[in-house]
Design a protein around this ligand. Sequence first.
Ligand SMILES: NC(=O)c1ccc[n+]([C@@H]2O[C@H](COP(=O)([O-])OP(=O)(O)OC[C@H]3O[C@@H](n4cnc5c(N)ncnc54)[C@H](OP(=O)(O)O)[C@@H]3O)[C@@H](O)[C@H]2O)c1
Length: 260
Amino acid sequence: MTKILLLGCGNMGGALLKAWAANTDHEFTVADPARPDLPEGVSQVGSVEDLGEQLFDYLIVALKPQLIDNVLPDYLPRLKPSGVISSIAAGYAAAKLAEHAPGRSVIRIMPNLPAVIGKGVSGLYAHGPVPETASSEIERLALCSSDIVWVDSEDMLDRLTAVAGSGPGYVFEILRAYVEAAEKLGFSKQDSLNLVLGTVRGTLELALDSDLSLEDLRKNVTSKGGTTAAGLHALNGEEEFSALIGRTLQAAYERAVELR
Ligand SMILES: NC(=O)c1ccc[n+]([C@@H]2O[C@H](COP(=O)([O-])OP(=O)(O)OC[C@H]3O[C@@H](n4cnc5c(N)ncnc54)[C@H](OP(=O)(O)O)[C@@H]3O)[C@@H](O)[C@H]2O)c1
């Protein structure tokens, strides 16, 4: 039986754990003094002393990054000699995790918010030599709540964070502005929300189901001289929108680099 220790079990760690417990037969133990609401069969300890002599195959860090340096060293002795460290912490480099545990295999998982409803996209990065069994296992866990993309450098994981990790924030803001604009056209707040979220959901599902490129799908709904063409000209006539999205991702990536 694979034994997994989850260090920190808050919003993201707790959501991932639910998916892992429901979709694998591993033995999970949570180390978190907050006594979170746990899936059936998952054990919980408030401190490393409560673990006794137990040893684990995987230690998965789901703490806030600023706590890792203080908390992780206490738990490392509870990892088997062949054990692997994984982490979902944003802005805490694999190289720093490896410094805490020289010689250990380290795999970072970068989930994004929709993972809490099993619809995330996660980046995976294996730091240094990692056994095939460990990368397969971490991939299997990530797939419980998300699609996955492997990257081959920490820099690419920072780029992935700028695209997908921070992505839900951009999408919420775009939706908010879209709803606000609908209200300005005369709709109530509730009607605006229904119109915008319904339009976005339907359009997204169409795009996911279609073999056409996004550009072709857009062309197909844009008749020359029509309303969509007028709206699109205002949105991106001089490519201002494309440039804005480019600057958005670049700013998030640069911040990820600063946080390394
Ligand atoms: N939320 C997201 O969308 C998201 C996305 C990608 C990555 N992440 C990463 O996921 C990690 C966790 O984020 P989160 O949103 O789940 O944070 P969170 O809700 O604050 O969860 C962290 C948990 O760790 C617990 N904790 C604090 N001190 C501890 C200790 N000494 N030993 C064991 N557990 C301790 C906290 O308990 P208390 O609450 O009592 O302090 C809390 O339950 C972060 O590194 C973040 O970068 C989050």
